[in-house]
Ligand binder design. Structure first.
Ligand code: CDP
Length: 241
């Protein structure tokens, strides 16, 4: 988020990839893609490619981490070295630790974890190709994998970002907009409860811009939620046949 560049991000009212200000990138989802995982999903969101797998619930070790009142919901976000333009050093870094933490907290807010005392539910999010918005894509994929695993939840998590690019409030920033734009506002919601599960902001917005961006991101989440539900319905139909 530099806000300064010679890159033209908006031309004749259209964005670099031809999208309107309130348009999402193309999203494709699948569940049940990894037979050895309890639940899994694959998501393509623009140029982002994300895989999520669930392992558990199972007994948590070491035992001192166990909570007799609920399961530990633990998400690990990992970016593959080949997922970005400049090779990413393999293994965890500050950014992936942060994203793992916020994803764990967001997913914990929907899982009915009190049904699994002393257990752990591990969710692995692998970013195979990145083009901005990977935390939103990762969270969306993770909640689909949990649903595919049959883990009881209050609702899915639907996530999307909005932001500011060349003074305009736009939905779902792609890489150039994320790199050279003025602000990125990724959010995640629990749609049925109309609650926030994540709200972060990188950059600056006025109060008015903030409300506009927040509303736009929420509309984006609701569109993502519709795709999530449809994907799960379609996969249930395939299983029934
Ligand atoms: O991906 P997200 O927008 O949630 O997180 P970010 O930290 O704002 O990163 C934005 C984008 O920068 C990523 O999606 C990648 O495309 C890129 N990036 C990169 O090229 N190399 C990294 N080590 C980290 C991020």
């Amino acid at each position: 988020m530099s806000g300064k560049s010679n890159v033209v991000l908006i031309k004749d009212g259209k964005r670099l990839d031809g999208r309107k200000f309130d348009e999402l990138r193309d999203i494709k989802m699948e569940v049940g893609v990894l037979p050895r995982a309890q639940g899994s999903s694959y998501l393509e969101w623009g140029k982002n490619k994300v895989m999520a797998g669930v392992y558990g619930p199972r007994k948590l070790h070491p035992m001192f981490l166990q909570n007799p009142t609920k399961a530990l919901v633990r998400c690990v976000y990992n970016m593959a070295p080949f997922s970005v333009e400049d090779r990413k050093r393999p293994g965890p870094d500050r950014r992936s630790v942060e994203i793992s933490k916020i994803c764990s907290e967001a997913l914990d807010s929907v899982v009915l974890s009190e049904r699994f005392p002393n257990a752990v539910i591990d969710i692995f999010v692998e970013i195979l190709q990145a083009d901005a918005g990977t935390r939103c894509a990762g969270l969306t994929a993770a909640s689909m994998a949990l649903a595919d695993a049959g883990i009881p939840m209050k609702d899915l998590i639907a996530s999307c970002a909005a932001g500011k690019v060349e003074g305009e409030i736009v939905l779902d920033l792609m890489k150039e907009e994320d790199n050279y734009g003025e602000c990125d506002l990724p959010i995640a919601i629990i749609p049925r409860k109309k609650e926030f599960a994540l709200l972060q902001m990188d950059g600056k917005l006025s109060r008015q811009e903030y409300s506009k961006a927040l509303n736009l991101a929420m509309d984006g989440c609701l569109k993502v939620y519709e795709i999530q539900k449809q994907t799960l319905i379609d996969s249930a139909k395939v299983e029934a046949n």
